[in-house]
Design a protein around this ligand. Sequence first.
Ligand SMILES: CCCCC/C=C\C/C=C\CC/C=C/CC(=O)SCCNC(=O)CCNC(=O)[C@H](O)C(C)(C)COP(=O)(O)OP(=O)(O)OC[C@H]1O[C@@H](n2cnc3c(N)ncnc32)[C@H](O)[C@@H]1OP(=O)(O)O
Length: 243
Amino acid sequence: MKFKSPPVNSLSLEFLTEFSIGLEKLENNRACRGVIITSAVPKIFSSGLDITEMCGKSVEHYGEFWRAVQEMWLRLYGSNMVTVAAVNGSSPAGGCLIALSCDYRIMAENPKFSIGLNEAQLGIVAPFWFKDTFVNVVGHRIAERSLQLGSLHPAPEAQRLGLVDELVPEEKLMEKAAAVMAQWLALPDHARQLTKTMMRKAVLDRLVAHREEDIKNFITFVSKESIQKSLRMYMEMLKKRKS
Ligand SMILES: CCCCC/C=C\C/C=C\CC/C=C/CC(=O)SCCNC(=O)CCNC(=O)[C@H](O)C(C)(C)COP(=O)(O)OP(=O)(O)OC[C@H]1O[C@@H](n2cnc3c(N)ncnc32)[C@H](O)[C@@H]1OP(=O)(O)O
């Protein structure tokens, strides 16, 4: 799957819906045992959740949007397929969540590309299931420090922390991803799938059990005037940085 929503592959409601439908179709296709996720937009894997979806919209819209974010994660993190992220550009916040939800992460070895859960920098809080996914990849201490600081880690640091599994030159990224996929697909599906479920089930079940409460929390949180102000200021900062 190649993300192609220029300029920055931000995860809008429409993008998330299409992504989830795409994953569902592949999941239901018995001929498909694995998926490599990458980007067709130069230098950007995904800029994370589309901030405009969280600014100045109705309570109903926030609810619909957050359900789509949850749905995407439940499908990807809970997928029976082998999932490999070929991270060929920067990947903040929701973009990082997508990579973290895969079975294996390969990143282009460009120090200008960064990845991490930077929510704290926007004045918002990564939800518990973002945090759980992160902890399952890098461990509690690294996740705690990185989340509190809202760190975006340049590719070499991301590899040192275990946030990505390996770095390769950008031109070799897809070749490497295909080799990793072949290695993982060499195992019997049922054994690999049951093992994956065993490792991820508790974290998935926790969101399933608290899904409606999580949506309510998101709506309450994002509707606060102080949070709206932080998000607006962040968007302005992005625009100023450009000019
Ligand atoms: C205790 C109670 C707890 C309760 C908790 C309950 C719920 C939790 C609540 C909230 C959690 C919400 C979770 C959010 C996770 C997220 O994903 S937030 C998004 C974070 N993303 C970012 O910080 C990335 C911002 N973008 C960038 O850093 C850069 O754009 C880039 C990706 C590095 C690319 O840089 P580049 O120079 O190439 O491009 P530009 O910066 O010029 O951008 C082009 C264009 O795109 C716009 N844009 C960029 N990112 C986004 C985005 N994420 N959403 C929307 N729009 C984006 C940018 O503004 C430019 O627009 P233009 O000026 O109009 O051209």
